[in-house]
Design a protein. Structure first.
Length: 111
């Protein structure tokens, strides 16, 4: 995807603060953090969202990346993972990503 900002971040064409990276996925800090820890986990391949045919291997790599983020950021007391899916859910970057939020008491569940 030529004009996709997260594809460019995955290709290191746009700088980001990388927390974890492997062949399939990358984790980097959000530009506009909503909590003391706010890291995004993305597949390096472009998928629009979590239901856009993401292979199981990639989903497993994303789960592993979330574990690595939790370790690196010391999120021992828990954290929240969010995947906004579609514009109506607030998704603004149409490259699948999971938000990992933590580092403070996040309060009540949203649901
Ligand atoms: P969404 O609303 O699509 O679920 O979340 C997109 C997230 O990407 C937002 O939290 C926004 O701050 C973040 N973001 C947008 N552009 C960039 C960027 O160029 N670099 C980084 N690190 N984060 C970005
Ligand atoms: Zn993309």
């Amino acid at each position: 995807m030529d004009d996709c900002i997260f594809c460019k971040i995955a290709a290191h064409e746009i700088p980001s603060t990388v927390v974890y990276e492997d062949d399939l996925v990358m984790a980097f800090d959000d530009l506009n953090p909503q909590a003391p820890v706010h890291t995004l986990v993305i597949p390096k391949q472009h998928y629009a969202n979590i239901v856009d045919g993401v292979p199981a291997e990639t989903l497993a790599a994303m789960t592993h990346a979330i574990q690595e983020v939790a370790k690196a950021k010391g999120l021992d007391d828990g954290f929240r993972v969010i995947a906004n899916t579609g514009a109506a859910a607030g998704q603004t970057v149409m490259h699948f990503h999971m938000h990992v939020l933590g580092g403070k008491d996040l309060g009540e569940n949203l649901l």
